[in-house]
Design a protein around this ligand. Sequence first.
Ligand SMILES: O=C1C[C@@H](O)[C@H](O)[C@@H](O)C1=O
Ligand SMILES: [Co+2]
Length: 298
Amino acid sequence: MLDKSKVRLGIAPIAWTNDDMPDLGKENTFEQCVSEMALAGFTGSEVGGKYPADTEVLKRALNLRGIQICNQWFSSFLISRPYEETEKEFIKATDFLKEMGAKVIGVSEQSYSIQGKMEQPVWEGKYVMDDREWKLLAEGLNKLGKIAKDKGMTLTFHHHMGTVVQTEEEIDRFMEMVDPELVFLLFDSGHLSFAGIDPENVLKKYVNRVRHVHLKDIRREMVEKSRNERWSFLKGVREGVFTVPGDGDVDFAPIFKILEEAGYEGWVVVEAEQDPAKANPLEYAKKARAYIAEKTGL
Ligand SMILES: O=C1C[C@@H](O)[C@H](O)[C@@H](O)C1=O
Ligand SMILES: [Co+2]
């Protein structure tokens, strides 16, 4: 069982409207999304593209529904653009999150990422960093991590399919190179499973450096199809590679056990993008909520 006084349960708006493919769920409004999150029993949300940028307006809408912002995705370009460009955007993003009361920011290095390329098979042509780029990434993130820390926040890094940190070897090298006081891991069970990595193994190694968790399940047959039919990452999402925890093939029991034994403190967030026309977001949010309650006591 997870300790309710330490672990809080959130959900990402990507199941209602997908910012990577805004036609998925374009009919779903911000108000519907946050109302349904609350109705399904969640108290935290990440930030989506339809969320009001005005922090007072956003706070009012969320307070009405008992929801708090727990994290926001941030795209860094540390190995392909001048550091100052990413830093400027990072300061803006952390100012916004701090104002919203969030403690975490989830960074993904998007230089040369193929995650958004509709025509590029996700299993082919992923960019691999050289030694100089590894150093640029680690040093840039350490600097950003210090900025976050000085604001009382935590920089977590999101390993992700189609990006420069996808494979287990890349995650290991990353964790070895970044400053453990400044840069932490965002553990995403779905991306690890999609990449063919055992999530249990990664979590065992790094649980003490994990500060945010994305709970995402996969449909293994769709992962296989994505490989055989040379789908892009986004085509995989449309076709249902991902689903909510408990609905697919990931075994979450060992994941919850490792978090429990390590005394994990922070948010666990259901983040399960799929086509809302095929997977009703409220129905799937409720399914995830019930599964997590049963397995963790949250
Ligand atoms: O954390 C995430 C944010 C999304 O935009 C991304 O593509 C998704 O797969 C994810 O894990
Ligand atoms: Co994620």
